[in-house]
Design a protein. Structure first.
Length: 228
C-alpha cells in the first residue's frame, strides 16, 4: 500500500469523509487512529502530520495489525506506533466476530457480532480490550490532538473509556457512526452526540455539512461527526 494517499483510488470520486480529512491541517500534531483496519488512514495521517507529528494506531485483529505494520514499513514512516489492542470502557477481554473476507467490519458490539456470526464462514477470536485513558497512562503515550474513531458500533464505549483524555486535552474527534440498522444508528448517534455536547464539543455532520445541535441530532445518524 504505497502511494500519496493510499486509500483513494484515482478512478473514483472522493467521498465527503476523504475530502474533509484532506482539508484538515494536521501538521505537527499527534493523531490517534482507533480502528486502523489495514492502515490506509494510518498512512494518510502519517504523511499529513509530517516529521514533527506522530500517529498511534489501535487495531485489535492480529492480521490487520500485521498489515498496518507492514504498510508503515513499506512507506518508510518512523512516526507511527501500532498497538494490537481494542479500545472500550475498561480493561478486559472480548469476542471479536468477523467475516472471513471482510475484516473491515469486525466487531465486538453485541448486535453487530450476533449478525456477523449468523453468516456462513464467520469467525470469532478473543482479544484484549482497554480504555484509552488507561493506555495513555500505562504506556506514557503523547497527548492526542486529533482522534479518528471507527469501531463498528462501539463508539460510546470508546468515548466512555477516554473521559479523562477528553477532560484533560479535549482532542478533536472524527467519529464514524455505526449500527446494524437505522434504529440502532439512531440510538447510537443520540447517545454519542448528547455525551459530547454535554462535554462542551461543537458537532458537525460531514456528509450533510450541517452543525449538529441537541434539537437535530438525528441528521447525523449515518456518516461522520467532526467534534471540536
Amino acid at each position: 500500500m504505497k502511494g500519496s494517499l493510499g486509500f483513494i483510488s484515482p478512478i473514483r470520486r472522493l467521498t465527503e469523509e476523504e475530502k474533509f480529512l484532506m482539508d484538515l491541517d494536521l501538521s505537527g500534531q499527534t493523531v490517534y487512529d482507533i480502528g486502523g483496519y489495514e492502515g490506509a488512514f494510518t498512512i494518510f495521517f502519517a504523511r499529513a502530520v509530517g516529521k514533527n507529528g506522530r500517529v498511534i494506531t489501535f487495531e485489535p485483529h492480529p492480521d490487520n495489525a500485521k498489515k498496518i505494520t507492514e504498510n508503515v514499513r513499506l512507506n518508510k514512516f518512523d512516526n507511527v506506533g501500532v498497538r494490537r489492542i481494542g479500545l472500550g470502557k475498561r480493561r478486559g477481554k472480548a469476542t471479536l466476530a468477523f467475516r472471513h473476507s471482510e475484516l473491515a467490519t469486525a466487531s465486538v458490539q453485541e448486535d453487530s457480532k450476533a449478525r456477523i456470526l449468523q453468516e456462513k464462514g464467520a469467525k470469532a477470536i478473543q482479544i484484549e480490550i482497554d480504555s484509552l485513558d488507561s493506555q495513555i497512562t500505562a504506556n506514557n503515550l503523547p497527548k492526542p490532538d486529533f482522534i479518528k474513531i471507527d469501531v463498528e458500533g462501539l463508539e460510546m464505549d470508546v468515548l466512555l473509556g477516554m473521559g479523562e483524555t477528553i477532560k484533560g486535552y479535549k482532542p478533536k474527534l472524527f467519529i464514524e457512526i455505526h449500527g446494524v440498522d437505522i434504529k440502532r444508528k439512531t440510538e447510537n448517534v443520540q447517545r454519542v452526540a448528547e455525551f459530547l455536547l454535554a462535554g462542551g464539543y461543537s458537532l458537525y455532520h460531514v456528509e450533510s455539512q450541517q452543525v449538529v445541535t441537541a434539537a437535530d441530532i438525528q441528521i447525523a445518524k449515518e456518516g461522520h461527526l467532526y467534534c471540536s
